[in-house]
Design a protein around this ligand. Structure first.
Ligand code: FE2
Ligand code: FE2
Length: 310
């Protein structure tokens, strides 16, 4: 495990290059130059029902519409993570609600992330507006995602404010460590609409830095927790992985119903009967390393309890 002063040094180094790295400081993407409506908006293999007969037998037009919905959902999920999970944690750090965050590098880095995430919200909202207009999906509404619901349900289990705050911190760490992989898949995909790929790629460039920021931030906070708080945090830290990997079948059901897809209920029922999370396709080695690094003994127990150790 790094020392806290090493964490501070890493965070200083990252915040010192923020101006060069941050996408908000770059020239805005020109949608008009990148739009190619002949290409699909999203990857078919990211649909949790891609092999379901009701989807396979639908017309190409319907399949394309569903892929556009997939892209809109991807953007909504991003907005949920930024506004309901990550930015609230940055706010807590700026208000010194967590211990171990008074170092100037930490304060600066939290404001950098707050700006980055706010920019990502703007980026994906604009992208969503363009897609909705282009594909006639303006009336589609976003239900709440399981990632955010999972966090809220877990917070409701506890009385103390510090417990709720540590659940939020755990959710932000897991999101920030894994969001880069999640973005990488689309940011390198030549088969989807080039504008969508460019939006995801811009986002990914910031998230690569955020992953390292959150791994260091969490060590600074953890080192100043009481032993009761440390034990609680280690127990809770692996849980958001399940919320993050959720296939969001309820959101899909709502979206398919909203576009008038006749077999929405059937798809939902059949998919629910199978695996409801994408955990198999996620490499969570980094989370295992982080938990074990924070507390080798308790970490091992916590990961085993969550079924994350072989
Ligand atoms: Fe982001
Ligand atoms: Fe981020």
């Amino acid at each position: 495990m790094q020392t806290i002063s090493q964490c501070h040094t890493v965070l200083s180094r990252i915040t010192n290059v923020w101006e060069k790295r941050s996408q908000v400081k770059k020239k805005e993407l020109e949608a008009a130059l990148l739009l190619d409506s002949t290409k699909p908006d999203f990857r078919i293999d990211l649909l949790p029902f891609k092999d379901h007969p009701a989807f396979l037998e639908s017309s190409q037009e319907t399949k394309d519409k569903i892929l556009s919905c997939g892209w809109l959902m991807y953007n909504w999920k991003t907005i949920g993570v930024e506004l309901k999970v990550v930015n609230p944690v940055c706010e807590d750090i700026i208000y010194h609600r967590y211990p171990g965050v008074s170092e100037s590098a930490i304060q600066e880095v939290a404001t950098d992330v707050l700006v980055d995430e706010s920019y990502h919200v703007q980026l994906v909202t604009k992208a969503g507006v363009i897609t909705s207009q282009q594909r006639g999906l303006q009336s589609l509404k976003s239900p709440e995602f399981n990632l955010v619901l999972g966090m809220k349900k877990e917070q409701d289990l506890y009385q103390e404010e510090w417990q709720k705050m540590l659940v939020k911190l755990a959710t932000s760490v897991v999101s920030e460590v894994f969001v880069s992989d999640y973005l990488k898949l689309l940011s390198t995909d030549e088969t989807i609409q080039p504008f969508n790929r460019a939006v995801v790629d811009a986002h990914r460039r910031d998230e690569d830095a955020h992953s390292s920021i959150f791994k260091n931030l969490v060590q600074c906070i953890y080192s100043e927790l009481t032993s009761e708080q440390k034990a609680f945090f280690i127990e809770v830290l692996p849980k958001p992985l399940y919320w993050f990997a959720d296939k969001e079948l309820e959101v899909w059901k709502s979206v398919l119903e909203q576009i008038g897809f006749a077999k929405a209920e059937e798809i939902y029922r059949d998919c629910r009967a199978g695996q409801t999370s994408n955990l198999d396709s996620i490499d969570y080695t980094q989370l295992i390393e982080l938990v074990q690094d924070l507390d080798p003994k308790r970490g091992e127990e916590s990961l085993a309890n969550m079924g994350l150790l072989n």
